[in-house]
Structures are given as structure tokens and as C-alpha cells.
Ligand binder design. Structure first.
Ligand code: PGA
Length: 244
């Protein structure tokens, strides 16, 4: 099976870009594949899924889901039922920008994971250490704590875990292949030991480009890529899908 290639547009894009990029991806047999996922701003999700038809293989992901499961007085929130309703198949949870800028912590992330699983929206759960944690040498125990939140999730099903070192996101700094492999193997081992019988794919994110992606994808411990900046350029994202 081909490795996953997941675009994370973050807070970028426009109606025109969503329409044009999806048209291009759907018309190309390399990008219109099961392993290709586009994570878009919530306002464009419904418009994006409406462009897919029964021939479409690529999938649409949300970038966030509410910690609140039910409908009600939660102004500005979008719950997992709504994501499922409009055809989003995946959702990012625990991205470092939400952990660090929006200060999302364990209780909120666990609620989001629970809500996504309850509606069969597959979470892409992001973990990764800050630069000072990497430099202190304590990065594996830091990541282990982030993984421990999964132990509190009810009805854990198959999911994707993205290893995204914070110091690599948007910086152009790429860990060595040994550093990526070490953490990916650590996550696989954690899952085998503590989350028995749950199928997990481990992907890497942080300054991925068509130049460095080949080496990362060649790692047996890595099942795919989560791509920010390079996913905004159709040519680069298409090249990444070619490499998968
Ligand atoms: P980047 O972002 O590829 O721009 O470094 C990755 C991410 O934040 O998912």
C-alpha cells in the first residue's frame, strides 16, 4: 500500500483555491488516491466534499473538532456530528499550534478524540517536542506523556499518529533520519504495549518538501507525511504524492 500524504493547509486558502486545487488533484491519477488526504479550514470543508463524487478517492479532513459532543449553546464550535454530516473522514487533534498557541491540554484533547471516534471521523493525533525538550534529551518521555492521553480515550479505533517536532514545523529544519526513526519506533512500541489491538499508522510532519520526502518515506517505521507549507503548492504536493 502507498504511504499516506496528508496536506495541512492551516489557516490558508480561498474558495477559488479550494475549487482549483481539488479539481487538479481529482483529475490526476497520482493525487486522486486513497492515501491522499486534504485537511482544510472548516469554512471550506462542505464545499470541498461536495466536489467529490463516487469516482473520487482522495479524502477531506478537518483541522479541529469541538470538545463538546452535543448540539447546543457553544458559539463558534463545530462538533464531530457536523464533520461526519458533511463528509469529513479525518480530523487533526493536538496539532502543536493548537497545543502551544491555543493552549489545548489533555482533557480537551481526550474529549476531542472521544467525539471524533464516536462519529467515525478518524483522528490524526499529533505529538512532538519543543526545541528545549529535544535539547534537554527528555523528548521521549515528553512524547510518552502526550501518548498517555490516548489511554483515557473510550473506544479507541484505528487512527493516525503524526510525529511533528515543534522545532521543525515551518522552520526548514529537518531531523536526521535516525531521529525520526527513533521516535517513530518508540510510538509503534508504545502502541503495541499499551494500546493492544489498535491499528495505528505513524507519519512524520515538519518542513517536508519534495527534496527531503524520499528519505523520510524510505523509513520502514514511517507510514506517511503530514505536510504544511509544501501542501499549498499543487506542484509540490503532487510531487510528494508521486514519491509515496
Ligand atoms: P510544515 O508544517 O510542513 O509547514 O513544517 C507541518 C505541520 O504543521 O503539519
Amino acid at each position: 500500500m502507498k504511504k499516506l500524504v496528508i496536506a495541512n493547509w492551516k489557516m490558508n486558502g480561498s474558495l477559488t483555491k479550494v475549487e482549483e486545487d481539488i479539481k487538479s488533484y481529482l483529475s490526476n491519477s497520482i493525487t486522486n488516491q486513497e492515501n491522499v488526504i486534504l485537511s482544510l479550514p472548516s469554512v471550506y470543508l462542505s464545499f470541498a466534499t461536495k466536489q467529490l463524487d463516487s469516482e473520487s478517492k482522495l479524502k477531506i479532513a478537518a483541522q479541529d473538532v469541538s470538545e463538546f459532543a452535543n448540539f447546543g449553546a457553544y458559539t463558534g464550535e463545530v462538533n464531530a456530528v457536523m464533520l461526519s454530516d458533511i463528509g469529513a473522514k479525518y480530523v487533526l487533534v493536538g496539532h502543536s499550534e493548537r497545543r502551544n498557541i491555543l493552549k489545548e491540554q489533555s482533557a480537551k484533547l481526550i474529549a476531542k478524540l472521544n467525539n471524533a471516534f464516536a462519529e467515525n471521523v478518524t483522528p490524526i493525533y499529533c505529538v512532538g517536542e519543543l526545541l528545549e525538550i529535544r535539547q534537554s534529551g527528555n523528548y521521549l518521555s515528553y512524547i510518552e506523556k502526550q501518548l498517555d492521553d490516548l489511554l483515557a480515550v473510550v473506544g479507541l479505533k484505528s487512527m493516525i499518529i503524526a510525529y511533528e517536532p515543534c522545532w521543525s514545523i515551518g522552520t526548514g529544519l529537518i531531523p536526521t533520519m535516525q531521529q525520526i526513526d527513533e521516535v517513530a519506533k518508540f510510538i509503534h512500541t508504545y502502541v503495541q504495549k499499551k494500546l493492544e489491538c489498535v491499528k495505528i499508522m505513524v507519519i512524520y510532519g515538519g518542513s517536508v518538501t519534495p527534496v527531503n520526502a524520499g528519505d523520510i518515506l524510505a523509513l520502514a517505521s514511517i507510514d506517511g507525511l503530514l505536510v504544511g507549507g509544501a501542501s499549498l503548492k499543487v506542484a509540490d504536493f503532487t510531487a510528494l504524492c508521486e514519491l509515496s
